[in-house]
Design a protein around this ligand. Structure first.
Ligand SMILES: NC(=O)c1ccc[n+]([C@@H]2O[C@H](COP(=O)([O-])OP(=O)(O)OC[C@H]3O[C@@H](n4cnc5c(N)ncnc54)[C@H](O)[C@@H]3O)[C@@H](O)[C@H]2O)c1
Length: 257
């Protein structure tokens, strides 16, 4: 019960990794604000939290918009009186296309959600954490934040940016008690991988999936719960001396061939 008496915000809470994180935080006693885009189904996140008997509010926000981000932080403080943890997780994969063909507006949208959204989350949540003596932020980067990938230039650039933001934020925020770390998952069994398999493989998506799984040193994709376990550790006091760290949860896929 590492999050008893703690308040946790999860963005992208209607998605695969976000939902698993809500379940994990709730199972350890957290009170939760589950954030995702207007129209996304946050019912599952609310049901998960309720099943552990914890208090949960759902909140529609676009993480790339400053007013929406300050709005979810304000809502958190209004409902719970504090904000201890931010899992800054909302993200999109964008298009699969060579960079010479990539439309400007799609490039901008990926950077706006994945990079600006993570920055805005820290910008507005950190002061709320300072007010209650500190906290912890975990940003979702990706193995695409560590290595390149053909056809995914905007996504790769955004996730490399998240790694850089995490390192800088960790230096700036820790004097006021806020630790900042990032997780680098891939490939994880969620909608996003289904989309990438289809994007790369078309009607051969299942073949792409098998190929990606077989090339992973563990011979499989990861489960969202395996990411959530790392996120919960980094967010908890068990990680009290861990700050500015960039942690892979990828079956060893970035370790070499
Ligand atoms: N699945 C993987 O293999 C993998 C690997 C590395 C990193 N990631 C990262 O993990 C995070 C979660 O992805 P997932 O795999 O759970 O995918 P997902 O598509 O299941 O979940 C992403 C969630 O983010 C939400 N979202 C998108 N744009 C938003 C916005 N502007 N404002 C608020 N919410 C928004 C979506 O509605 C969705 O619920 C993402 O940042 C993704 O880049 C995923």
């Amino acid at each position: 019960m590492r999050f008893q008496d703690k308040v946790v915000v999860v963005t992208g809470a209607a998605g695969g990794i976000g939902l698993a994180a809500v379940r994990r935080f709730a199972s350890e006693g957290a009170r939760i604000l589950a954030v995702d885009l207007e129209g996304s189904s946050l019912d599952a996140a609310a049901a998960e939290a309720h099943s552990f008997g914890t208090e949960v509010f759902t909140h529609a926000a676009d993480c790339s918009l400053a007013d929406d981000v300050s709005g979810y932080v304000d809502r958190c403080v209004r409902e719970f009186g504090r904000c201890d943890v931010l899992f800054n997780n909302a993200g999109i994969e964008g298009l699969i296309m060579n960079l010479t063909e990539y439309p400007e507006e799609d490039f901008d949208r990926v950077i706006s959600v994945n990079l600006r959204g993570v920055w805005l989350g820290m910008k507005y949540a950190a002061p709320a954490m300072f007010a209650s003596g500190g906290g912890s932020i975990v940003n979702t980067a990706s193995t695409a934040g560590l290595i390149g990938a053909r056809g995914l230039s905007a996504y790769v650039a955004s996730k490399h940016g998240v790694v850089g933001l995490t390192k800088s934020a960790a230096l700036e925020l820790v004097p006021q008690g806020v630790r900042v770390n990032a997780v680098c998952p891939s490939p994880i069994e969620t909608r996003m991988m289904r989309s990438l398999e289809e994007g790369f493989g078309g009607d051969q998506a299942e073949m792409i999936r098998k190929d990606l799984a077989s090339r992973n040193p563990m011979g499989r994709y990861g489960e969202p719960e395996e990411v959530a376990a790392l996120v919960a550790f980094l967010a908890s006091d068990d990680a009290s001396y861990i700050n500015g760290g960039i942690y892979t949860v990828d079956g060893g896929s970035t370790g070499g061939r």
